[in-house]
Ligand binder design. Sequence first.
Ligand SMILES: [Zn+2]
Length: 117
Amino acid sequence: MYKLIQPKFDLNINGMKFLGRGPKASGRGMGWSRNEDIIYKCVNCGSEMLASHNDYWNCECGAIHLDFDAGRFGSKYGDENILVYKKNVQTENNLNLGNKRKSFLNKKNEKIFKTKN
Ligand SMILES: [Zn+2]
């Protein structure tokens, strides 16, 4: 058995619901869910990966590795040291905020004619 590592960060993250540790918490029995609403987080370094990630991936401390071609995902500290989160509606709203910002470039070009030469 692997030892459970206690995170140095707050387990509660804005806009996400903490589901638990390991693949069972992701809701797909013995495997890791690849649902786009699910996020995996390294308990050691706090790196986050979307469950729907489509490539090789390593967390910052190197514990978690996704071998995409082999379809294998896990942490060298054991599956229970991967935290499972689910995005909620609030997260989506926050992501859309950036689109509402107006570009300042439009203002800059107001009332200016280009020179002929
Ligand atoms: Zn890590």
